[in-house]
Design a protein around this ligand. Structure first.
Ligand code: PLP
Length: 347
């Protein structure tokens, strides 16, 4: 019974109850769609519900972090359980592509993606589209800093090594979370691999725990930690909900990831999966996270309006990220295993 409840609570099924008359403006698709969703549950619900109503498709989602979803896709490759993968950091979508876990689909709506991502789409857009942009940084709990008697907030990655922050930092576990894979990628791009791992070992002295990314953010909001590493729009949501949290963009350079959107190889509902990808890339769908779910990632459709609470991408000077290297399944596995061996297991 518990097992059933747990799984039912994870799965939201949006049933279409509308009559043909009510749906007269919709395209008359029918049948089913299962989405693996790697964004906030509130966004997964709204996206699922809206698509389901608009296209008369019985749609359900299962939410998991990016790394956890990639593990599921690997485990299920001989018997795929979902049709489409919505959101989550794009490096891991590229790794899924590399492992042959995705089905080719280049949506015509890719033409509406911001021009700065055109070269990447030209190279990798056969299997994965770009849904949104995420900016990497730190969150600080200002009340916790006051309690600790620390007046200056960290401005740079190197400031997280301050001994006064011992036990005060939480970081997501890269075995589950795409966020920390992007952080590892960032440090390698900034410092080179050897120095990046030296840094991560030193940082470990200040880290109290590695866990799921949403727990890291909520612990920061509750003051269980003083600092966390994460995508900065999450801190805007916590602040809006009343938490004493501020976002910081590290001084060494602006790093980012992109939200991936891919069709899963062996999808049982291929036509609906394509319809969903086209719709998810539209202006309408890309505004749903901030207009209806209070989540402030940056839309990548050129016509979509971004929330005033999102970082304005025009103010950023993004560092170079080698998506070819870090989207390779072998490199992803090697780096996460290295982190586990050299950092997590030595804690
Ligand atoms: N996509 C969005 C919109 C997010 O906010 C986040 C994390 O904050 C991610 C993807 C990455 O999530 P995870 O680290 O749990 O894989």
């Amino acid at each position: 019974m518990n097992f059933l409840n747990k799984n039912l609570s994870k799965i939201y099924t949006a049933l279409c109850l509308g009559s043909a008359t009510l749906l007269s403006n919709a395209v008359h698709a029918e049948g089913k769609l299962t989405i693996y969703c790697s964004v906030q549950s509130t966004t997964c619900e709204k996206i699922t519900q809206t698509f389901s109503k608009k296209y008369n498709v019985q749609t359900q989602f299962v939410r998991n972090s990016t790394g956890a979803t990639l593990s599921k896709l690997k485990a299920e490759q001989n018997n795929p359980q979902a049709d489409v993968w919505y959101g989550g950091t794009i490096e891991l979508h590229y790794q899924a592509a590399d492992l042959g876990l995705l089905s080719p689909y280049r949506s015509p709506k890719q033409a509406e993606t911001m021009p700065q991502f055109k070269a990447l789409l030209d190279k990798k857009g056969d299997l994965t589209s770009i849904l949104y942009m995420l900016v990497l940084g730190f969150g600080v709990n200002t009340e916790k800093f006051a309690e600790l008697g620390i007046k200056d907030y960290p401005k740079c990655w190197k400031d997280l090594l301050d001994p006064r922050l011992k036990g005060q930092i939480q970081v997501p576990d890269p075995q589950l979370s795409g966020t920390t894979y992007t952080a590892i990628v960032t440090l390698i791009e900034l410092l080179g691999e050897e120095k990046a791992f030296e840094y991560l070992k030193q940082l470990d002295a200040n880290v109290s725990q590695y866990m799921k990314s949403n727990q890291v953010t909520s612990n920061l909001a509750r003051g269980e930690s003083a600092v966390s590493v994460g995508f900065v729009h999450s801190y805007a949501t916590e602040k809006e909900n009343g938490a004493p949290v501020e976002a910081i963009l590290p001084c060494e350079g602006d790093s980012y990831s992109l939200g991936g959107l891919s069709i899963i190889k062996g999808a049982r509902n291929l036509d609906n999966a394509k319809l969903f990808v086209d719709w998810a890339l539209s202006k309408e769908a890309q505004e749903i996270p901030w207009r209806e779910a209070g989540v402030y990632q940056i839309p990548t459709n050129v016509d979509a309006t971004a929330s005033p609470k999102s970082v304005d991408p025009k103010t950023l000077k993004p560092i170079n990220i080698d998506f070819e290297r870090f989207g390779s399944a072998e490199e992803g596995k090697r780096l996460v295993n290295k982190w586990v061996q050299e950092i997590k297991l030595k804690k």
